[in-house]
Design a protein around this ligand. Structure first.
Ligand code: AOF
Ligand code: ZN
Length: 349
């Protein structure tokens, strides 16, 4: 029984992940309808503002199987919602379709839901089993659950470090640490994020495009810090016509490129928490990928404003340089990726 529940919940996770990069600031959610051990419907949340996983799963049931719904179990990776948001509550759908049993992995921590979805179903006589593969379900829903509880985006730090622990050379020149295939993985992470953030030195030294051109899907918004508006306008992020948000202490300049917007903020000790709160509240950014440099990464680590860090260890060495920022949590996962190693840290504070 438990084995069967786990395998259907795993299927929900796989379906949910198909929504990566398209659903934020909503969570990735997958759902499976099962009758007598047979899957009769499947669905996932495909895009922000669109139908929820449960709705798509019910809609996928063949006419011949529809009569089975009142005898089936609905598996969902997340607690069904009970609110009128951009779409109607999934709890209503479950009750209308007379689905007698719902198995979920974890709760939706959005303030209006937070267990109310489960309570409503139980109060109406639906059997609800919760907590199946809960840690994995929580990891999948973390972008949403962190954002709604912390009122800031889910923050992913990305960095590349030489095998002898250096982040960059001291001479302020661009230095490539990882192999080419690692770059493709980073572009996948860019597709999955709502925004990429870099500091002034990175924008100046690397003149990066900060887009996704080596993977499928969209490119995120680019966020560049430029306290004194000293970045030259010919840099790619300021001149290629794709959207960029420049965070500055100065008042926004007149004219310029319409793709470039400015956000004026004081660069004082509360800079990071205020910026992150604004990115969530005003810009609705659910996932921010931070790509450096060292000062930006260290600033966020010092304020405990990070959720996950993905650190590539390259094969290259530097005789000296800027030491890599250190993370206060242990490595959670270490994967060999071609000639590079990828260490994943999760913030456990
Ligand atoms: C679900 N199934 O597939 C997803 C859920 O504005 P809306 O209509 O998209 O609703 C937002 C709420 O639904 C919010 O609580 C969010 O966490 C949740 N997402 N819920 O039952 C889904 N994507
Ligand atoms: Zn829903």
């Amino acid at each position: 029984m438990e084995k069967e529940q786990k395998s259907f919940i795993k299927r929900c996770f796989d379906l949910a992940k198909l929504g990566a990069g398209s659903v934020s600031p909503n969570p990735m959610v997958g759902a499976v309808l099962v009758h007598d051990g047979r899957i009769i419907g499947e669905g996932f949340h495909q895009r922000y503002g669109g139908a929820h996983a449960e709705v798509n799963a019910v809609a996928s049931v063949l006419p011949i199987d529809r009569a089975l719904l009142p005898y089936s179990t609905l598996y969902v990776s997340l607690e069904p919602c009970c609110i009128f948001g951009k779409t109607p509550p999934c709890t209503n759908l479950i009750l209308q379709e007379k689905i007698p049993k719902v198995v979920i992995s974890c709760l939706d921590l959005s303030p209006e839901v937070r267990g109310r979805g489960v309570d409503i179903l139980r109060a109406q006589g639906v059997e609800v089993v919760s907590g199946i593969l809960e840690a994995e379900g929580q990891a999948l829903a973390a972008t949403r659950n962190i954002a709604v509880t912390q009122e800031r985006p889910y923050i992913v730090l990305k960095m590349a470090v030489t095998s002898n622990g250096f982040f960059a050379p001291l001479d302020g020149k661009q230095f490539w640490i990882t192999q080419a295939i690692s770059k493709r993985l980073v572009h996948r992470w860019r597709m999955e994020a709502d925004a990429i953030l870099v500091g002034t030195a990175t924008a100046l030294i690397d003149d990066p495009q900060l887009d996704n051109r080596h993977y499928f899907g969209k490119s995120p918004l680019r966020i560049v810090l430029d306290r004194d508006l000293k970045l030259p306008p010919h840099l790619k992020v300021l001149s290629d016509g794709h959207p960029t948000l420049v965070v500055t202490e100065q008042f926004s300049p007149e004219g310029g490129n319409s793709a470039v917007q400015y956000l004026q903020l004081n660069f004082d000790s509360s800079f990071w928490p205020i910026l992150m709160a604004k990115l969530w509240k005003e810009y609705k950014l659910g996932v921010v990928l931070v790509e450096g440099g060292a000062k930006v990464l260290e600033g966020l680590i010092a304020q405990n404003l990070w959720d996950e860090a993905r650190v590539f260890i390259g094969k290259t060495n530097l005789p000296g340089g800027i030491p890599a920022p250190t993370l206060p949590s242990p490595v959670q996962q270490s994967i060999r990726f071609g000639v590079d190693r990828l260490n994943v840290y999760k913030n456990d504070k």
